[in-house]
Design a protein around this ligand. Structure first.
Ligand code: KIV
Ligand code: NA
Length: 265
């Protein structure tokens, strides 16, 4: 199998082939999604929500992200694996940013890192890139700064914020980022960004006129049920499938139906 590289992702944009991306946080799920043919697996800090049960992405640590990432990398044969650098491990200081990125690359074997923000984190992005580590940007709704915004509503609807977002995208491209995620912004703005930069732009709640799409695996599988934003298309109802399986198992145990003779030694 031919592994996906930043070069292949760039070619996909150039020939108009949309890039598919999903999150994964563990070996078993990553095995399935890689074999299904996903282009990029994101070990997102959404692990803080869907794996650890935190309300925000802020509490997850670098060590915990490395644990998730190394589990995913052991499963992957073809996908390009990108890992979120968690809140507090890159923003303040470019040396720390580089140290965090190097720990992720060395200890997990991942292929790239992702960071949230534009102009504010320019030095950190450049420093990481100078070490040869590919960086994916993330603009629009940036969950690590949720307390600055206060809500998870659509971003960059106003002229000033839209202008800054477009400038930030260009800054990230100039720094050398290989791709940018745009989260929850108007489709028209996302289109403008995708047309204004040469690198792939991957959307989540950013409409169809971008170079690829990303969703959180547990949301698209219907494992999480409380989170239902407009942009989420649910491809399965695994909560129902799993609940039925668990209930049937419990029933069989209680009824002494499991294990039967052929299931015993
Ligand atoms: O952590 C995450 O899952 C993400 C995606 C939503 C882009 O950053
Ligand atoms: Na994230």
């Amino acid at each position: 199998i031919k592994r996906i590289t930043t070069h292949i992702l760039q070619e996909m944009k150039e020939r108009g082939e949309k890039i598919s991306m999903l999150t994964a946080y563990d070996f078993s799920m990553a095995t399935i999604v890689d074999a299904a043919g996903i282009d990029i697996i994101l070990v997102g800090d959404s692990a803080s929500n869907v794996m650890a049960g935190h309300e925000t992405t802020l509490p997850i640590t670098l060590d915990q992200m490395i644990y998730h990432a190394s589990s995913v990398v052991r499963a992957v044969k073809r996908s390009f694996v990108v890992v979120d650098i968690p809140f507090g491990n890159y923003q303040g200081n470019s040396s720390e940013a580089l140290r965090s990125a190097i720990r992720i690359m060395k200890e997990s074997g991942a292929h790239a890192v992702k960071v949230e923000g534009g102009a504010e984190i320019k030095e950190s992005v450049s420093r990481i890139l100078s070490a040869g580590v590919p960086v994916m940007g993330h603009l629009g709704l940036t969950p690590q700064s949720i307390y600055k915004f206060g809500t998870y509503t659509v971003r960059a609807k106003e002229e000033a914020e839209a202008k800054k977002l477009l400038e930030d995208a260009k800054i990230l491209e100039e720094c050398g980022c290989f791709a940018i995620v745009l989260e929850k912004i108007p489709a028209s703005l996302a289109k403008k960004v995708a047309e204004s930069v040469q690198i792939p732009v991957i959307g989540i709640g950013a409409g169809p006129h971008v170079d690829g799409q990303v969703l959180v695996m547990h949301d698209m599988l219907g494992i999480t049920q409380e989170f239902k934003p407009r942009f989420l298309r649910q491809y399965a109802d695994l909560q129902q499938v799993m609940t039925d399986a668990f209930k049937n198992y419990i029933r069989d145990v209680k009824n002494k139906d499991f294990p039967n003779k052929s299931e015993s030694y």
